[in-house]
Design a protein around this ligand. Structure first.
Ligand SMILES: Cc1ncc(COP(=O)(O)O)c(C=O)c1O
Length: 290
């Protein structure tokens, strides 16, 4: 079946769109742009509001003039999903670049931003969610505005490739001996029944899944601490997991050579996974998916 993408407000086939990308696009030349990844369950966007809020915040922080209002974008995304007859589990990717101008570090203020959105099928990664993954500690060499979901992902790309060469799913970034987050996921640690994660500041991306999990923990009356985690704490943790939109909650069973919780998925991690699943079931009822 033909696959459609949303390109600057028009819904086009991939072939039609490919002839439109300008070599002077600042996203192409500088990674000067932002993006979002939104989960689709049975073709319905989950946590759309918080994702769009973060997209607009990222644009504002980088002084990118939004080419759409929230309402216009929602309308266009709904049309994109309908045009693709997409009713499975997948990821909706939205990218906005600052716009097109002759190459110059200094950007013009009144550029028209360029955007597209696409949908990819992505079933729930049950194997990862049930059996967990290994991570490897790496120095965080990213810039100091990790709170912006910028296209400029080279440190993450290189770290993730290096982690995968070591047989690990993710790098675990450490800066100043403090554990920050993973290459494309947030990090959580559990010690003596307390759920601990990095504060939402400029040194991590405040994940939409992170915020959802913190809310679920509060509802389950699991004590939560948003604070810096020293690197040494990794090796005495009872449980660890990571969160991201496409993968929800994924347990960490090893950090380099250190085995977490005897290599088993911990009790609180399982509880939170069950609560996540339950919240999805309730949401699906609310939006009429079941
Ligand atoms: C660096 C980083 N941290 C955290 C996350 C998780 O964010 P979210 O839960 O919004 O997908 C991502 C997702 O891509 C990420 O790239």
């Amino acid at each position: 079946m033909e696959k459609y993408i949303l390109w600057n407000g028009d819904i086009l086939t991939k072939e039609e769109k490919d002839s439109f990308v300008s070599f002077e696009d600042r996203g192409y030349q500088f990674g000067d742009g932002v993006y979002e990844v939104i989960r689709l369950y049975k073709g319905m966007a989950h946590l759309l509001g918080p994702h769009l809020e973060r997209l607009f915040r990222s644009m504002k922080e980088l002084e990118i003039v939004s080419p759409f209002t929230k309402e216009q974008l929602i309308d266009q995304l709904e049309k994109l999903i309908a045009k693709n007859h997409f009713d499975e589990d997948g990821n909706l990717y939205i990218q906005v670049t600052r716009g097109i101008q002759p190459r110059n570090h200094v950007y013009e203020r009144d550029l028209t931003a360029v955007y597209f959105a696409k949908i990819d099928q992505f079933p729930k990664p049950l194997d990862l969610m049930q059996n967990g993954v290994h991570v490897t500690v790496m120095e965080d060499i990213r810039w100091l505005r990790c709170d912006i979901k910028s296209l400029n992902l080279l440190p993450n790309v290189m770290a993730k490739a290096s982690a995968q060469r070591k047989g690990c799913y993710e790098p675990l970034f450490v800066r100043d001996d403090i554990v920050r987050e993973c290459g494309s996921a947030n990090f959580f640690l559990i010690k003596d029944g307390v759920l601990i994660t990095h504060p939402a500041n400029n040194l991590i991306l405040n994940g939409i899944t992170r915020m959802h999990v913190l809310q679920l923990a509060k509802e389950l009356t699991i004590p939560v601490e948003e604070r810096e985690i020293a690197r040494e704490e990794l090796y005495t943790a009872d449980e660890c997991f990571l969160t991201a939109t496409p993968i929800e909650i994924v347990p960490i069973t090893a950090i380099d050579d250190h085995i977490v919780n005897g290599g088993e998925v911990g009790e609180i991690t399982r509880k939170l996974q069950a609560a996540y699943e339950q919240s999805l079931t309730e949401w699906k009822h609310e939006v009429g998916l079941v």
